[in-house]
Write a protein that binds this ligand. Structure first.
Ligand SMILES: Nc1nc(=O)c2c([nH]1)NC[C@@H]1CN(c3ccc(C(=O)N[C@@H](CCC(=O)O)C(=O)O)cc3)CN21
Ligand SMILES: CC(C)C(=O)C(=O)O
Ligand SMILES: [Mg+2]
Length: 281
């Protein structure tokens, strides 16, 4: 009889070291940081090999739930989708967007909710929108072990104040406050910053004048990295702002497939023989 201990038969999956916030921080002026959003396991699994960072964005309120903006997204939604993405992604750093109302009130509120998000999802960092006004909160979180990805420029959770999603910094008198925001949160310890919806020359200047990596969306190709909403670049979300390049037309392909299925059902050509069970011999 074999006396081999049971543990010897346990197959360990090959160890992949997941990217950390520190790895991303080290990419200032280095190899561009590739980022996309992910909300669900099967998508995260497919993006994982190609992305340094996967963001569970609060854009999921609009993309998955049909909301008009991101303001109705809850902490529980972010946690459930965060867990789903963690099950699919093994290599990328997973970052969870803090939803509107979950962090702005005080640094204590921010810590409580960010800690809940990290402990219940296993993700490696959180993202929160805000410039100078959030710098103190970001420093408080970072000093207590919570890596923070910043987000300045167009901040979608402030859509009611802006009155829309127009680009910022398209006249030079708008530049200084946005640069100040980016520098303030870099100084507060954000490991990188998303810069959204700004004129390209301003994005170039901010990238040059900040100490942490700048990840652009609707910004410029001189940023230290790029992010897009995955459903936007796949052509699944009916939305066509200037900054979205559609790499495929998934929505059109879905419609074509459903059309084919519907007509086969009506013609009784589906399910054909190969899709039906035979009797046992
Ligand atoms: N699917 C999706 N993709 C995103 O990039 C995204 C979201 N959702 N939800 C959260 C925010 C909202 N964002 C938006 C929403 C609309 C425009 C937009 O319509 N832009 C127009 C100009 C609008 C105006 O001038 O008022 C454009 O042509 O760029 C841009 C960014 C970016 N974020
Ligand atoms: C667009 C990205 C940066 C985002 O914040 C989101 O997807 O919610
Ligand atoms: Mg967001």
């Amino acid at each position: 009889m074999s006396t081999t201990p049971k543990t010897e038969n346990v197959k360990l999956s090959p160890m992949v070291r997941r990217r950390t916030a520190k790895d991303i921080a080290a990419r200032k002026s280095g190899e561009p940081i590739v980022c996309l959003t992910a909300y669900i396991t099967p998508m995260a699994a497919r993006l994982d090999d190609y992305c340094d960072l996967l963001l569970v964005g609060d854009s999921l309120g609009m993309v998955l739930y049909g909301m008009d903006n991101t303001l109705g997204v809850t902490l529980d939604m972010m946690i459930q989708h965060g867990r789903a993405v963690m099950r699919g992604a093994k290599k990328a750093l997973v970052v969870i967007d803090m939803p509107f109302g979950s962090y702005e009130e005080s640094k204590e509120q921010a810590f409580r909710n960010c800690a809940k998000v990290l402990s219940e999802t296993g993700a490696g960092a959180v993202k929160l929108e805000g410039g100078i006004e959030m710098a103190e909160t970001i420093a408080f979180l970072v000093k207590r072990g919570i890596p923070v990805l910043g987000h300045v420029g167009l901040m979608p959770q402030s859509v009611n104040s802006y009155g829309g999603y127009g680009a910022h910094g398209r006249t030079e008198n708008e530049w200084q406050p946005i640069l100040d925001d980016a520098q303030a949160i870099a100084a507060a310890g954000a490991f990188a910053t998303v810069l959204e919806g700004v004129a390209a020359p301003l994005a170039d200047k901010i990238t040059e004048k900040t100490s942490n990596p700048i990840i652009g969306i609707g910004a410029s190709n001189k940023c230290d990295g790029q992010i897009l909403v995955t459903e936007d670049m796949l052509g699944l979300f009916s939305f066509n702002p200037k900054f979205v390049k559609r790499y495929m037309e998934l929505g059109t392909e879905i419609v074509a497939s459903v059309e084919a299925y519907a007509s086969e059902v009506r013609a009784r050509t589906f399910p054909s023989d190969e899709y039906t069970y035979k009797m046992k011999d």
